[in-house]
Write a protein that binds this ligand. Structure first.
Ligand code: UN1
Length: 499
């Protein structure tokens, strides 16, 4: 699939493909073997301004296209994505690095949300409600907001742009997408397919480049009314501050430090499978990854030995090979950060039960491979138990009872995903109530959110919004309340009593 000769790609603005105004470029390379995937425009403020202008003028027409018609175009997009699933999956194993099954899942999430939101074109329900006065009609309707700036990460290079763009579009907004610099080709392909499916010129625009230039201008541009970002907590805070002067709507999806709780009555083998999948799937590069395991003391030793043995059986390799369990991490900075946490954990007194090193044998030396790492004897306050590592590493914490497990699980600044393995229905329901997180799994790991439920977190994971499901509509629409008086006289609410 990926070309042997380096291909150049462009921004898509107002229905036209074009280079950055500066003519500068950057390369996308594979984290698995360093292969060059393509050359992309390194854009700046001028390019963003042009894209926002295109999106702003396209909004005037797109907002008037009947929502069911917008939905029909999205149904077509879903079919195009299905047709391209295998190609996008293969490209993802090369450009982002995740393994084939997970890359297919990433594309499938985009297909799922596209079908789901396309159907929303025939719903987008508002409310009607009686008036307190006679001969008066009250209703509320959702209205599009305008230009949406979508800033997306590399870890779900198709799924996350889809969660942001597709609901924005069905609601009648237009979009400027700034994809992650590590996965520009996947984003570019996605936008190409959107154009093929019939999304009109200017309704979707893509501007490649860095956060400091493209992202910052998007966030500050007065004509961008909504910013939706998935990224780090630090970036989220910066974006929120930068958007404050223009009182923009800001939707933030930030970090996680998610825990799996394993109680003394749990099916330990099932828990091991769930932890392995949640901690080392996508090489731990999910905001929903299980980077902590909180085990009841009665099962701690058994869980630890089974988990370590299972982690050591995982095969590292390029994502496109069928027998690979764990792919590379995204880039050099990532592998350095992950390894620095191994050092931090060691210094803090955690035991490195397995992993803790860069994998370099054979062809692995060409990419950024880190051995699945398990820290043992971890104290809940250690940095490896508090900070997001975003790599294949998880910290084992021993607790005495259920209450302590909940306390430790909640004892972090983030609140994205959470999980408990137990056969006790009472404990399961208490956990569902008391875990401070946007997502709780019972007898499953911390990953695997489905697109028709709200996705997002509490505390420092975000700013109170959710994407996916019906909740996403609240990010991309503004409520309007409409009162129609057909009495033929002036009636005053709160003052005139209806007889
Ligand atoms: C993310 O890591 O940013 O539940 C999103 C999951 C996926 C989405 C993860 N469906 O892990």
């Amino acid at each position: 699939m990926v070309t042997t000769e380096t291909k150049s790609f462009q921004n898509y603005i107002g229905g036209e493909w074009m280079d950055a105004a500066s003519g500068e470029t950057f390369e996308s390379t594979s984290p698995a073997d360093g292969e060059t995937i393509g050359v992309f425009p390194k854009s700046g403020a001028d390019d963003v301004d042009r894209a926002v202008e295109a999106a702003k003028s396209a909004f005037e027409e797109w907002r008037l296209v009947p929502a069911p018609k917008r939905g029909e175009i999205l149904f077509q997009l879903a079919r195009v994505l299905e047709r391209e699933k295998a190609a996008l999956t293969d490209l993802m194993t090369h450009e982002m690095g995740k393994v084939k099954a997970e890359a297919g899942g990433d594309v499938q999430e985009a297909i799922d949300i596209t079908y789901y939101m396309a159907g929303e074109g025939r719903r987008l329900y508002g409310q009607t409600t009686p008036s307190e006065l006679r001969d008066k009609w009250n209703m509320s309707v959702r209205q599009p907001i305008g230009v949406v700036g979508a800033i997306t990460p590399w870890n779900f290079p198709i799924a996350i742009p889809s969660w942001k763009m597709i609901p924005a579009l069905v609601c009648g907004n237009t979009v400027v997408l700034k994809p992650a610099r590590d996965t520009p080709l996947l984003a570019e392909r996605f936008v190409e397919l959107m154009a093929e499916a019939g999304i009109p010129a200017g309704v979707v625009n893509i501007v490649h480049g860095g956060g400091g230039s493209v992202g910052d201008r998007l966030v500050r541009h007065p004509d961008v009314r909504v910013i939706t970002l998935t990224g780090s907590r630090e970036t989220g805070v910066e974006v929120l501050k930068a958007a404050a002067d223009n009182l923009k709507h800001v939707h933030l999806e930030l970090g996680g430090k998610n825990a799996v709780i394993v109680m003394d009555d749990a099916d330990v083998d099932l828990a091991v499978e769930g932890i392995l999948w949640s901690a080392f799937g996508t090489s731990g590069q999910r905001c929903t990854a299980a980077s902590r395991v909180i085990a009841h003391e009665a099962v701690y030793d058994a869980l630890q030995s089974k988990l370590v043995a299972a982690a050591e059986r995982l095969r590292l390799g390029p994502g496109w090979e069928d027998d690979t369990d764990v792919g590379p991490v995204i880039n050099k900075a990532a592998i350095e950060k992950i390894h620095s946490y191994t050092e931090i954990g060691r210094d803090e007194g955690a035991r490195i039960l397995t992993g803790g090193e860069v994998a370099t044998e054979g062809d692995l030396a060409k990419g950024f491979f880190y051995r699945p790492t398990i820290f043992g004897d971890v104290d809940p306050q250690m940095r490896v138990a508090q900070e997001e590592i975003f790599g294949p590493a998880t910290a084992l914490i021993k607790v005495r009872d259920f209450d302590e497990a909940i306390r430790v699980s909640n004892g972090i600044k983030y609140g994205l995903s959470s999980s408990i393995f137990t056969r006790d229905v009472n404990k399961a329901f208490r956990a569902m109530r008391d875990l401070e997180a946007g997502i709780t799994y019972v007898n499953a790991g911390t990953i695997g959110a489905e697109v028709h439920l709200p996705f997002g977190g509490t505390k420092d994971t975000g700013n109170g919004h959710r994407e996916a499901g019906q909740a996403a509509l609240d990010v991309f629409t503004e409520w309007k309340s409409i009162y129609v008086d057909y009495s033929g006289r002036l009636q005053k609410a709160q003052i005139d009593a209806a007889e």
